[in-house]
Ligand binder design. Structure first.
Ligand code: GLY
Length: 424
C-alpha cells in the first residue's frame, strides 16, 4: 500500500514510524513532514491546509490511504476532500471533527447525553459573559469555542483574572474567531489522564492511558505549551476507572455522535479529570494527542494499518487491540524560550545512537535539513525522546539518560517529567 500522512510534528513522526513497521506498506509519504520523518517516509512540501494540492498529489501517486493527523485540517474538512476524490482517508469528517472544533458543541453533546463533565455556560457576547462572572464562583475556566493551538483555555483564580480573560478571548481576539464564543466552566480538581481510542462509527477500542505535562517549567510552572513530555500508562487510571469510563463516557460519546448524524471515525482523545465525584470529561480531541502518541504507539502491538482500515471499513469489532505490558516516558527537548521567543537553525548532534531499536525513539517535532544537509532545530519543540522500560521508573531513567546524549544550542527540557509516578 501507498500511504500519505498529513502533518509534520512529533505525533506524525510516531505515526509514520509505526506505519513503517507494517508489512503492508510499500511506500510512505508525509506532507510536509520534517527531517526525522524523512528517515521513514518521503517528505513532500505541501502545507497541511492545502487540500487541493494534497488531493492532486494523492491522485498522481495513486495513494491507497491518507492519514490526516492535525486538528486544523480535520476541522476544515480534509477527510471530506479526499473522500470526494475517491481516496480512502483515516480521520473524522468535518461534521464529526466538530467534537474538538467547537467546545460549545461538545459541552452541549455531553449535557444532552448525560456524559459526566463540568457544569458550564456558553456566551456569544463579552457583556453577557462579564455579567455572569459578577456572581460566578472562582476559580473558573474560560475556553475559546474554536481551535486555538491548544492554548485557548484560561484557568482563572480570581474574578478579576476571569474578566481579563474575557477581554483576551472576546475583545482582544488573541485566538482570532476561535474566541467569538466562549464556554465558561466550573473548575475541576483531580488527576488528569489522556485516553486515546480508535473509533469506526459504532465500535470504540481504547488504547493504553497516558499523561501529558503541559506547562513549560518544572513543578507545572510557566506558560502552557503543546506538551513538554508524557508517560504511559497512568498509574492512577485503574481497572475500575476504566470500566466506569467505558460505560459512562467512551461508548456513550460514540453513540451520541451517531445519534446526532455525525458518525465519528478516527481517533477520539478523551481528556479526563479523575475528580472526587468520579471521572469527568475535560475536553475531547478528534485526533491523536501530541506528545501522548509518542508514548502510546511504541507500546502498541497491532499493525496500525490494519486498525486504520478497520476504522474506515466499520470492522473495528474484529480487531483485538493490544499493548505491551511495559511503560514509556517521552521527554521533549525544546528551544530555550519556548513557547514564546526562541531561535532556530542550530545543528543537532547525538541522533545516530537512536534508531527505534532497543526501546529508544527520537521523534522529531521541529527539525529540518539545512543547506549543508545537516539536521537543525526548526521549532519550539524540537524532539521527543521516548524510552521504554519494564516499569515507569525504568522508562523515566532511560528517557532522561537518552535525552542527555542529544545536544543542540539552547536545548531546554523539563527535569520532572513523570514526577507523578512517585506519588502513585
Ligand atoms: N497533548 C495534548 C494535545 O495533544 O492536545
Amino acid at each position: 500500500m501507498k500511504i500519505l500522512i498529513i502533518g509534520g510534528g512529533g505525533r506524525e513522526h510516531a505515526i509514520a514510524w509505526k506505519a513503517s513497521q507494517s508489512p503492508k506498506v510499500e511506500k510512505l509519504y508525509c506532507a510536509p513532514g520534517n527531517a526525522g520523518i524523512a528517515a521513514v517516509a518521503e517528505c513532500v512540501n505541501i502545507p497541511v491546509m492545502d487540500f487541493e494540492a494534497q488531493v492532486k498529489f494523492a491522485k498522481e501517486k495513486e495513494i491507497d490511504l491518507v492519514v490526516v493527523a492535525p486538528d486544523d485540517p480535520l476541522a476544515a474538512g480534509a477527510v471530506d476532500a479526499f473522500e470526494a476524490a475517491g481516496i480512502r482517508a483515516f480521520g473524522p469528517r468535518k461534521n464529526a471533527a466538530i467534537l474538538e472544533g467547537s467546545k460549545a458543541f461538545s459541552k452541549d453533546l455531553m449535557k444532552k447525553y448525560g456524559i459526566p463533565t463540568a457544569a458550564y455556560e456558553t456566551f456569544d457576547t463579552p457583556e453577557t459573559a462579564l455579567a455572569y462572572l459578577e456572581t460566578a464562583p472562582v476559580p473558573i475556566v474560560l475556553k475559546a469555542d474554536g481551535l486555538a493551538l491548544g492554548k485557548g483555555v484560561l484557568i482563572c483564580k480570581t474574578r478579576e483574572e476571569a474578566k481579563e480573560g474575557v477581554k483576551t478571548l472576546m475583545l482582544d481576539k488573541q485566538f482570532g474567531s476561535a474566541g467569538d464564543r466562549i464556554v465558561v466552566e466550573q473548575f475541576m480538581t483531580g488527576r488528569e489522564v489522556s485516553v486515546l481510542s480508535f473509533v469506526d462509527g459504532k465500535t470504540i477500542k481504547v488504547m493504553t492511558s497516558a499523561q501529558d505535562h503541559k506547562r513549560a517549567k518544572d513543578g507545572d510552572q510557566g506558560l502552557n505549551t503543546g506538551g513538554m513530555g508524557t508517560f504511559s500508562p497512568s498509574p492512577f487510571y485503574t481497572a475500575e476507572i476504566d470500566a466506569y469510563c467505558r460505560e459512562h463516557i467512551y461508548q456513550p460519546t460514540v453513540d451520541a455522535m451517531r445519534a446526532e448524524g455525525r458518525e465519528f471515525k478516527g481517533v477520539i482523545f478523551f481528556g479526563l479529570m479523575l475528580t472526587a465525584d468520579g471521572p469527568k470529561v475535560l475536553e475531547y480531541n478528534a485526533r491523536f494527542g501530541d506528545p501522548e502518541t509518542q508514548v502510546v504507539l511504541p507500546r502498541m502491538k497491532n499493525d496500525i494499518v490494519d486498525v486504520f482500515e478497520a476504522c474506515i471499513d466499520g470492522t473495528l469489532d474484529q480487531i483485538d487491540l493490544q499493548f505491551d505490558d511495559n511503560a514509556a516516558v517521552c521527554v521533549v527537548l525544546a528551544s530555550d524560550g519556548y513557547p514564546e521567543h526562541y531561535e532556530k537553525g542550530f545543528p543537532i548532534s547525538g541522533l545516530d545512537a537512536f534508531n527505534g531499536k532497543n526501546g529508544y525513539y527520537v521523534f522529531h517535532a521541529g527539525s529540518k535539513f539545512n543547506a549543508d544537509g545537516e539536521i537543525v532545530t526548526n521549532g519550539g519543540r524540537v524532539l521527543g525522546v521516548t524510552a521504554l522500560g519494564d516499569t515507569l521508573k525504568d522508562a523515566r531513567r532511560n528517557a532522561y539518560a537518552a535525552a542527555e546524549r542529544i545536544s543542540f544550542a539552547n536545548k531546554y527540557m523539563r527535569h520532572d517529567i513523570g514526577r507523578a509516578i512517585d506519588e502513585a
